[in-house]
Design a protein around this ligand. Structure first.
Ligand SMILES: NC(=O)c1ccc[n+]([C@@H]2O[C@H](COP(=O)([O-])OP(=O)(O)OC[C@H]3O[C@@H](n4cnc5c(N)ncnc54)[C@H](OP(=O)(O)O)[C@@H]3O)[C@@H](O)[C@H]2O)c1
Length: 368
């Protein structure tokens, strides 16, 4: 087998950690000796041993002289677990083949350097693009300290996210909705505005078998979330944060009693300061957010420069109506040249629906 084939195996292993390792990276590792796979492992859970150590622990024979294929540069610092470089050296592995470099300032090339200094052959950049893509959330979070934000919406082919009555259930079919539940498992939090809570009374939980519920964040400047809403009535079982500028402790009390956490935030332009919210969530190690807001919150998030990616689900149907909701509302940009530009788009079919995934190009300063 070739290096790329072993690395592909390591990538498949790494993906098994999806949704369970945040804010750590997903990492997979395969150990090969004399053309045979003698060990494999992946990072299974935040705080648990890394992929390299799990691969070593799974060995049925001595790893001495083996080649390690690992999707991310091995760590060389003490975190929740001791450094993987140490374990590699102790096990007398001969060669290490790496996918991504680790941009974590505590690692950033030092892992590779230490291995080479100890006489281990290191090959870098095998399936780098695929390995980098797997950990886009980790790479963003470790470098900025704020969550990676994916703005997700479902719309009709005439660009409506709800009919003129405000009703939006359901726009897309089952396959698309299944993917949304996978993403709620994948990302650490989901976020919506009070407008969506009032219109849809959503649950925002993960209904994927074996999945885990994300933290639910509601942006609610004036604390208007109904105590009878599904969000509040399930807050005892599903972690829920209501971000608000309301400072009255007596108004907070019924939400706290129901199991919600109140996150006080300053206002900016009459709503919550989203940049400040991202800083606070980053401090709490929330590395990623699936933004399931309506158009008003989506526009603000774009304006604040916090959106990294867009997930657009497009259903082959038309709602019409000048008052039908659209995915991004607000004032809009004055001219086409002022658009928020997207890049690296991929297009896929999910049942009858079309799924477009794009990255948001870095922002320039905007005055509107
Ligand atoms: N098809 C889809 O994918 C989809 C997804 C979501 C929603 N929807 C539809 O969209 C409609 C609701 O849209 P919406 O735009 O009214 O709701 P929204 O974007 O979810 O909520 C907007 C509200 O969030 C609050 N908010 C708090 N901080 C904010 C900030 N920094 N920037 C902007 N808003 C902030 C504002 O009220 P306060 O400042 O008073 O708190 C604002 O009015 C519903 O019809 C729903 O069915 C469709």
């Amino acid at each position: 087998m070739k290096d790329t084939e072993y690395m592909l195996m390591a990538l498949q292993l790494a993906k098994k950690g999806c949704g369970f390792v945040n804010p750590n990276p997903m990492v997979g590792a395969v150990l090969v000796k004399d053309g045979r796979i003698i060990g494999q492992g992946f990072h299974q859970r935040y705080g648990a041993p890394h992929g390299e150590r799990n691969a070593l622990a799974s060995c049925r024979e001595s790893p001495e002289g083996a080649t390690l294929y690992v999707t991310l540069e091995p760590c060389c610092h003490y975190g929740k677990t001791p450094p993987c470089v140490e374990a590699i050296l102790q096990s007398k592995i001969r060669k290490v083949v790496i996918g991504s470099h680790d941009p974590n300032p505590l690692v950033a090339g030092k892992g590779i350097r230490q291995l080479r200094q100890q006489g281990i052959e290191v090959v870098e950049g095998v399936l780098k693009e695929e390995c980098d893509k797997l950990n886009e959330v980790f790479f963003h979070f470790i470098q900025t300290g704020t969550p990676y934000v994916v703005m997700k919406y479902a719309m009709t082919m005439d660009g409506k996210t709800a009919a003129y009555t405000g009703a939006s259930k359901w726009i897309t079919g089952e396959a698309a909705r299944r993917k949304v539940h996978e993403d709620r498992h994948r990302y650490s939090a989901v976020m919506a505005g009070i407008g969506t809570v009032l219109a849809d009374d959503p649950l925002l939980t993960c209904r994927m078998e074996g999945g885990r519920n994300p933290l639910r964040i509601i942006c609610d400047t004036q604390l208007r979330t109904p105590l009878s809403s599904q969000i509040v009535s399930t807050a005892g079982e599903v972690p829920t944060v209501i971000a608000t500028a309301c400072t009255k402790p007596e108004a907070h009390l019924p939400y706290i009693k129901a199991g919600c956490r109140i996150l006080p935030l300053p206002q900016k332009d009459g709503h919550l300061d989203l940049k400040e919210l991202m800083i606070k969530l980053g401090e709490e190690k929330i590395d990623s957010i699936l933004l399931e807001g309506g158009g008003i919150l989506n526009w603000s998030a774009l304006q604040a420069g916090i959106v990294n990616k867009v997930h657009a689900y497009i259903a082959p149907k038309l709602f019409g109506g000048a008052n039908g909701k659209t995915p991004v509302a607000g004032m809009g940009v004055p001219f086409p040249k002022d658009a928020f530009f997207l890049t690296n788009s991929t297009v896929n079919h999910l049942g009858e629906d079309i799924f477009i995934e794009s990255e948001v190009k870095p922002y320039v300063h905007r005055n509107y």
